[in-house]
Design a protein around this ligand. Structure first.
Ligand code: NAI
Length: 460
């Protein structure tokens, strides 16, 4: 019998497996596709590879602004996709090596849970039964394809999800993106940069749902200037072949066509198809009473002792870094190490150009919760390094401070490379740093990171 069986080798599963294996547990990890999960194979990593190619193109197109002449930069779509595959292959091999080093037994097959078996839980893969004392569910999520007439019928043809769009045989001339969330904006950014005509149709009056309103609006304005058409407050009502039909807030019916239609209106936890029901775990329910994930406590324990869940399968905070931390918390519980999951300092990053990054409460949330806060704001131009490196670049840093404790509750940024700076704000929030402590911390100069300290510098 194994100490721990993990189903799913994404950032929740493989990080947990590595940690458990290194701590001396006998671990078995089931993965039916490549190790690394959606994040490494068809999410975070391939998209960042594509977006970096787009960034290089943009830099070269605007090189003259920096006194450098580059003649006719052009994108080679096939070469961009090939590079993406190379990066993915390299990282998958890295995860494989990590599993080996931690003594994790990896089963490259689809696992099916068969419920309890004596002291443990039974999992069958490739006709063989494995029993483990503890079970960690890291089965992830899948793209939602809503029941919009004509949408599902178009899948596999004009309509694509974030998976298929990563391996198109040719660059679309026109792309319609349904859903202006994180995935929608990252693909809109990539295709806009390489010259595709992009239209984003978003149901809400803003892009990037939960991200700070002002920062989202600034990003939208920049992309509108770059040529992306935004149809906000517009609900898609039908897809007719290559045409998306939507209703405007004024009740008008409009149409926009694309060579491809990308549907990215959210993801849902994977709860079916692998015998989960045999365990009898409780589900987390939405207000309509429908299950949206496996219910867990702060130690990632489900309602069945010995069964844990981490990552997208829990149905909330669907981010790779959340999954990895949740996996660690679950393993620590199995090892008897005191640990618990906290969600108030989990950063969100959108890898557009410029990047968006945020952590903690937004101004709108603070208002909604009736929090007594100060909102401090500075344009990124207050950072010398930002000005030196971002000709015509715009950006901002916003810090939300609790008036009673003077601790930082939220930080939201627009401007490169805020994806690489936001962890400073995560530390401040996670460890409840006061503004005074931030002010007394020496930041390297000149760096864009100084913007955080600068933004709070005036607060007494
Ligand atoms: P999302 O929830 O971020 O955005 C979906 C958007 O679709 C929402 O703004 C929603 O209002 C809109 N929508 C829904 N139905 C619609 C309709 N009928 N017509 C028009 N608009 C409609 O979901 P998304 O972008 O698919 O991402 C899925 C998950 O993956 C998220 O949890 C996200 O956090 C995660 N992710 C994170 C990334 C990152 O951290 N950089 C990158 C990619 C994904």
């Amino acid at each position: 019998m194994h100490d721990l069986a993990i189903i799913g080798g994404g950032p929740g599963g493989y990080v947990a497996a590595g940690r458990a294996g290194a701590a001396g547990l006998s671990v078995i990890l089931f993965e039916k596709n490549n190790l690394g999960g959606v994040c490494l194979n068809e999410g975070c990593i391939p998209t960042k590879t594509l977006l970096y190619s787009a960034k290089v193109l943009e830099y070269t197109q605007h090189a003259d602004r920096y006194g450098v002449n580059v003649e006719a930069p052009a994108v080679d779509f096939g070469a961009v996709l090939k590079r993406k595959e190379k990066v993915v292959r390299k990282l998958v091999a890295g995860v494989k090596a990590q599993m080996k080093a931690a003594g994790v037994e990896v089963i490259a097959a689809e696992a099916e849970i068969r419920g309890r078996s004596g002291e443990g839980f039974s999992v069958v893969a490739d006709g063989q039964e494995y029993v483990a004392r503890n079970l960690l569910l890291c089965t992830g999520s899948e793209a939602v394809v809503p029941p919009i007439p004509g949408l599902r019928e178009g899948l596999g043809g004009v309509v694509v999800t974030s998976r298929e769009i990563l391996s198109l045989s040719e660059q679309p001339a026109e792309l319609v993106v349904i859903g202006g969330g994180v995935i929608g904006m990252e693909f809109a950014s990539f295709f806009n940069s390489i010259g595709t005509k992009v239209t984003v149709v978003e149901m809400l009056p803003k892009i990037l749902g939960p991200m700070d309103d002002e920062i989202s609006a600034m990003l939208q304005a920049q992309y509108a200037r770059k040529g992306v058409a935004f149809q906000l407050g517009c609900k898609v009502t039908a897809v007719e072949g290559d045409t998306v039909v939507y209703e405007t807030p004024e009740g008008e019916t409009c149409r926009v066509r694309g060579d491809r239609i990308l549907v990215c209106v959210g993801r849902r936890a994977r709860l079916q198809g692998y015998g989960l029901e045999s365990l009898g775990v409780e589900y987390a329910l939405n207000p309509a009473g429908r299950p949206y994930g496996v219910k867990v406590d702060a130690r990632m324990r489900t309602s069945v002792p010995g069964v844990y869940a981490a990552g997208d399968v829990t149905g909330f905070s669907m981010l790779a870094h959340t999954a990895s931390r949740e996996g660690e918390v679950a393993v620590n519980d199995i090892l008897g190490v005191s640990d618990s999951m906290r969600y108030d300092a989990i950063p969100g990053v959108v890898y557009t150009n410029p990047e968006v990054a945020g952590v903690g409460v937004t101004e709108a949330e603070a208002l909604q919760k009736g929090l007594d806060v100060s909102v401090l704001k500075l344009p990124m131009a207050f950072s010398g390094r930002f000005v030196a490196e971002n000709e015509r670049g715009e950006g901002a840093c916003k810090v939300i401070v609790d008036n009673a404790t003077r601790t930082v509750l939220g930080v939201h940024m627009l401007g490169n490379p805020c994806s690489e700076l936001i962890h400073g704000a995560c530390l401040a929030i996670e460890h409840k740093l006061t503004v005074k402590q931030l002010q007394e911390t020496v930041f390297p100069h000149p760096t864009v990171s100084e913007i955080l300290r600068e933004t709070v510098s005036g607060l007494r």
